[in-house]
Design a protein around this ligand. Structure first.
Ligand SMILES: *[C@@H]1O[C@H](CO)[C@@H](O)[C@H](O)[C@H]1NC(C)=O
Ligand SMILES: *[C@@H]1O[C@H](CO)[C@@H](O)[C@H](O)[C@H]1NC(C)=O
Ligand SMILES: *[C@@H]1O[C@H](CO)[C@@H](O)[C@H](O)[C@H]1NC(C)=O
Length: 207
């Protein structure tokens, strides 16, 4: 009986050690929750993120790094920073990589809480179900946010990236749309000062 109890305690101990070993150590001030993995020895390797100079980053299918701003481990979600729009232009920094593209074989997708604004689009976009009207919120971004000044008076649109949309990309191209930004949890009529810039991604929980 004593031996059994000791065995039980020993294996419990092992389980506890194993689960704490599995979570990665902090990246700067960021707690990195399981299954996210900053290196071979921790987390689950399919959920790779990068700790570059104490900044936690996500890498897209094109090898572009996006800074992680916030993680909600209980919802399996994290928010990345939209790439900057380059000064005196209407080009997002990831334009020549085709925008944000996620590897469809990895357990990440774009959540349904994102409102995307696209800028400097070609006329073809008007045939899509996007809101490209003169009262689209993208007009406010162009006129009132410095980062958007380079996009002023270009054709722009916004849309909710819901389940009807592709959940692995926000596509950009020269001759299509050349810049974008994104808001998390935006509700119509939310004033500009309260906009929450980011792109919310989700991970499929590991089994
Ligand atoms: C476009 O978006 C604006 C701002 O949210 C809204 O007031 C307007 O009704 C929308 N237009 C269409 C056609 O959905
Ligand atoms: C808008 O896009 C076109 C190509 O689609 C490009 O030639 C032009 O420079 C872009 N405008 C700005 C302000 O970046
Ligand atoms: C994205 O991932 C979540 C769970 O991780 C899943 O519930 C959802 O269906 C996925 N969305 C699409 C469009 O595949």
């Amino acid at each position: 009986m004593l031996a059994f109890v000791l065995l039980l305690l020993a294996s419990l101990g092992l389980v506890i050690v194993a689960s704490t070993l599995n979570a990665c150590s902090n990246c700067g001030d960021f707690v990195v929750p399981y299954p996210l993995s900053t290196n071979e020895d921790c987390g689950d390797k399919r959920y790779k993120v990068y700790c570059n100079d104490e900044s936690l980053e996500f890498m897209s299918a094109t090898g572009t790094y996006y800074k992680i701003l916030k993680i909600d481990p209980s919802a399996n979600k994290f928010v990345i920073r939209p790439p900057p729009i380059l000064k005196n232009s209407c080009y997002s920094s990831d334009l020549f990589k085709g925008g944000l593209l996620l590897d469809v074989n990895l357990p990440f997708n774009i959540s349904t809480q994102n409102t995307v604004m696209l800028f400097n689009c070609s006329d073809n976009i008007l045939r899509s179900p996007l809101n490209c009207s003169s009262n689209s919120i993208c007009r406010q971004f162009e006129e009132k946010v410095q980062e958007g000044y380079g996009c002023m008076d270009t054709l722009c649109c916004h849309y909710l990236k819901d389940s009807a949309m592709n959940s692995h990309k926000i596509r950009l191209r020269v001759g299509g749309c050349t810049a974008y930004t994104c808001l998390v949890g935006f509700k119509p009529d939310d004033p500009l000062q309260t906009w929450n810039y980011g792109i919310e991604l989700q991970w499929f929980p590991p089994n």
